[in-house]
Design a protein around this ligand. Sequence first.
Ligand SMILES: Cc1cc2nc3c(=O)[nH]c(=O)nc-3n(C[C@H](O)[C@H](O)[C@H](O)COP(=O)(O)OP(=O)(O)OC[C@H]3O[C@@H](n4cnc5c(N)ncnc54)[C@H](O)[C@@H]3O)c2cc1C
Length: 392
Amino acid sequence: MATDNFQAPDYYLLDELLTDEQKLVRDTVRAWVKKEVSPIIEDYAQRAEFPKQLIKGLGEVGAFGPYIPQEYGGPGLDQVSYGLIMQELERGDSGIRSTASVQSSLVMYPIYAFGTEEQKRKYLPKLATGELMGCFGLTEPDHGSNPNGMLSNFKDKGDHVVLNGAKMWISNSPFADIAVVWAKDEQGVIRGMIVERGMAGFTTPETHGKWSLRASATGELVFDNVKVPKENLFPDIKGLKGPLSCLNSARYGISWGAIGAAMDCYDSALRYSKERIQFGRPIGGFQLTQKKLAEMITEITKAQMLTWRLGILKNENRATPAQISMAKRNNVHMALTIAREARQIHGGMGITGEYPIMRHMMNLESVITYEGTHDIHLLITGYDVTGISAFE
Ligand SMILES: Cc1cc2nc3c(=O)[nH]c(=O)nc-3n(C[C@H](O)[C@H](O)[C@H](O)COP(=O)(O)OP(=O)(O)OC[C@H]3O[C@@H](n4cnc5c(N)ncnc54)[C@H](O)[C@@H]3O)c2cc1C
């Protein structure tokens, strides 16, 4: 993208609902994205490369573990601030937001929530700065929507366990220093552990050929008789509720992130509709273009309201997993629809890298699938309102 002229839409003056601290955090990340991400992201996405040089800056703006307390090296922000950071990062690119989401909610959060004091002190401060990068291994080749069926397993060998299995579709895996891995013990109970790069038998082959999240590195985690010291296991958390509580936090962030991608597409389409002349007038003057833009800003505004309220509930520890599912599902679908409509408004130019539209659209095709697919989240809402599970 040549220049980033982004102006955030705020149709219902939602800024007035934010605290000064939340606005400061948002504006800091917004400015950082304009300066550091926008000028390079198209190039990196085209080359299918993660811009590693952004890691330090992400740490500096508080994007790694925003709500982790300062005692453990995090910024100690509230949940709305966390959401706003994800919104701004995804306004730049879903791949950059994915890196921050994984580091924050899928690596730092479980270490903070389930780790021993030693694990917290050893890993969290370095993860907060980006000195250490992490990934999260739940999905397997044959177990995506149904992680409970996972085959990765470990055996107790006294002072260590021996881990075997494979994880697939793991964001950050090709460069991560540590992996939070979920595997079954000899009784078939899911446990979490921290696996470090360099442990014998642990490899992280990269997944190539993605048309989506091209600026995010994705790969596998392969465990071939990996000896993991017992002190790397999370001591108490057992069963699927461990990984699911991490996903809850990440999905919450994604619900904000998707708004960022939608805002960028809308903003670009609005500007283009005023500049592009056809039949002697700006295309924004045609009723069909106005319908698209009016519907976009309506849906963005609804999502902003929904998600802000979710943030308040999350701050009060009252947000339910089903409420988070609703927001993730609604907002990602909304963003994808807006990206497609924005592409139409840009005409042929919409398919080029001169505008961010196609990149957002392709990225959102992953976002609508990972962290629980669009349909699985619908079934979670269905379960929540009927009390009858359609998928278990
Ligand atoms: C770019 C990318 C990055 C990712 N990063 C990570 C990561 O860092 N860590 C990690 O652990 N995972 C990661 N994932 C994996 C992601 O979470 C899974 O892709 C997702 O959970 C879906 O699993 P699946 O792809 O195996 O699809 P499947 O589970 O095979 O689903 C295929 C289709 O079947 C539908 N389906 C499945 N079950 C049902 C049902 N009961 N009723 C109705 N429909 C159903 C689904 O909705 C979907 O449409 C990532 C994925 C991608 C694409």
